[in-house]
Ligand binder design. Structure first.
Ligand code: ADP
Length: 540
């Protein structure tokens, strides 16, 4: 057995001083090699593959690396294994031994404790260069300090773990996709929301998370997002959101809101998909809508009750005319069958009046029927004219004139016409009642004015009801829109709160101002149709 401190081989530097056998070119000079080794950040070595690796050559870098001088290591007063970290030494031995047995190079990363007690991470690469007669392998290799890299790796692992923990604790599903729409990551919330495990969806197209029936439209939307982001990726934060249907693993469909934003790293652009489950929100909205419908229905019945006198008067008129025309028709026929022409004329008028009475009853039925809100695209002019006609019935019976201020060109709006008419009727009636309650000179005129205005760049239809009553006192103003706020002995105090929630549901506002001279103006706005874009998305 060779003792660890016995030298058997000349050092690599000395070896290189010898001309290589059979070679004709010049060897690398020893001094050049020394310089090279000095400049390398680390330490070259030669050792025996025995316990604690006794070394018979180390380069100058050893002082910087482990704090020991070259001579301390080369005379083997200290062995490399002595300051290899006790927790790592077994693993290093195992790997080196395995590589040596296979005569293959090895690479290991482990910790050492330097002379001053500092812990360092090192990377070592070595190989067997010779097998001695006693069978012990001679190793040559290189060891370098990788503490900084390890620390930054640990910091990055820590940061990644932290980022992952944040993403995983998010309530929203966080999904990243590449520019082909393929899923790259799928957080915990996404797994709970869609009932898929990451391995079941990663690599798949994100459109698999929405129902097949929506996938064409989704592809178009995704394409739209990509082309929208492309020119503004540099510097500006951007995202596009819209409502979608989500598709769970077992096929259940749920309403959701999706926001897509681009994330640019050094290499490529990825896309972050944030998905919020809207199931509960939609259910609450529906409940509120149903409640509103119920109240609106009660309010409509109340409205009709108040309108009964006017309506009875309105129906009475055609009914009187019907019986009058029927009598005159009969009279014409009795007097002379030759009066057929005049009798026909009377019957035509009779039929006209019967239709009129029918139309009034039909409208009453529409108002009394409980119904869901149905929004449709509506021409403003006929909608306003119709409600004006309807309100005039009541106005006349109360001795009021409704002045209609209606411009010629009006946009279309998306609305539930019955609900909007109900709001206008309500505001007109409040205006008339306020004028009736005024102690001073009785006014008889109320204005229904319609205009197109521009609000934050969007065109809106503005409907105003201008009265000449006492206006709204500060005390009432504070709680004007709260249900059951009323100053009337027979009031329900529901009209304004229902009207306001109807207008909000139409993406509009309902407000009032006291007029400078007299009375109040209640007005509401509705979006004019041209502001809705083709894809129905909100872009920022
Ligand atoms: P109701 O008409 O049943 O009282 P509303 O919600 O429609 O319920 O109105 C609430 C209250 O607001 C009214 O009682 C009245 O005091 C006040 N108000 C509404 N419109 C006017 C108006 N044009 N002028 C003065 N006061 C008004």
């Amino acid at each position: 057995m060779t003792e660890p401190n016995q030298r058997h081989e000349s050092s690599p530097v000395e070896t290189l001083k010898q001309p290589l056998q059979g070679k004709t070119h010049l060897p690398v000079s020893a001094s050049r090699l020394e310089t090279l080794l000095q400049n390398l950040p680390g330490m070259a070595y030669r050792c025996l593959n025995r316990a604690h690796w006794p070394m018979d050559f180390v380069s100058d870098g050893c002082v910087e690396l482990c704090g020991y001088h070259r001579f301390e290591i080369e005379n083997q007063s200290v062995l490399w294994g002595d300051f290899t970290h006790p927790e790592d030494i077994q693993e290093v031995e195992r790997k080196v031994k395995a590589a040596a047995n296979r005569q293959q190079p090895f690479e290991v990363e482990y910790r050492i404790i330097t002379k001053d007690g500092t812990q360092k991470w090192v990377w070592e690469r070595g190989r067997v260069v010779d097998i001695r007669d006693d069978g012990i392998a001679v190793l040559e290799g290189f060891i370098t300090d990788i503490t900084d890299r390890k620390l930054s790796e640990a910091a990055s692992i820590h940061a990644n773990a932290f980022a992952q923990a944040v993403v995983d604790s998010a309530i929203e599903a966080v999904i990243t996709v590449d520019n082909q729409g393929r899923i790259e990551s799928f957080n915990h919330a996404a797994q709970n929301m869609f009932d898929f495990l990451p391995e079941e969806v990663i690599g798949n197209q994100c459109r698999t998370l929405i129902p097949a029936t929506d996938s064409r439209e989704f592809d178009q939307f995704f394409k739209h997002c990509l082309s929208h982001f492309r020119p503004i990726l540099q510097g500006k934060k951007t995202s596009i959101g819209r409502e979608i249907n989500g598709n769970k693993k077992m096929g259940a469909v749920f309403p959701a809101h999706l926001t897509i934003s681009p994330v640019q790293d050094e290499i490529e652009t990825k896309y972050l998909l944030l998905v919020r489950d809207l199931t509960e929100q939609k259910a609450t909205e529906k409940e509120a809508r149903d409640q509103r419908e119920l109240l609106a229905h009660a309010d409509r019945l109340n409205t009709l009750g108040e309108m009964t006198a006017g309506i009875a008067h309105e129906i009475n008129q055609p009914l009187t005319a019907i019986s009058m025309y029927a009598n005159s028709g009969l009279g014409f026929l009795d007097r002379s069958p030759a009066n057929l022409g005049r009798a026909r004329e009377a019957l035509n008028k009779l039929s006209e009046q019967a239709h009129r009475a029918g139309a009034i009853i039909e409208r009453m039925q529409q108002m009394t029927r409980p119904r869901d809100s149905k929004q449709e695209i509506v021409h403003c002019e006929p909608l306003i004219r119709e409600v004006h006609k309807l309100a005039e019935v009541e106005a006349q019976s109360r001795n009021f004139i409704i002045v209609l201020d209606l411009p010629s060109a009006l946009p279309k709006v998306r609305c539930d016409p019955i609900q909007i008419q109900q709001v206008i009727l309500n505001l007109l009636r409040n205006g008339m009642e306020s004028m009736e309650s005024a102690a001073s000179i009785r006014e008889h005129e109320i204005i229904l004015s319609v205009k197109v205005v521009e609000l934050s760049g969007d065109k809106r239809l503005k409907v105003s009801i201008i009265d000449k009553g006492p206006g709204i006192s500060d005390q009432i103003a504070k709680q004007l829109y709260q249900p059951f706020t009323t100053t009337k002995s027979s009031g329900m105090g529901l009209g304004l709160s229902i009207s306001r929630s109807i207008i909000f549901a139409h993406d509009g506002i309902l407000e009032f101002t006291n007029n400078p001279s007299k009375g109040a103006t209640f007005y509401f706005t509705l979006p004019a149709l041209s502001t809705v874009n083709d894809l129905g998305t909100n872009e920022d």
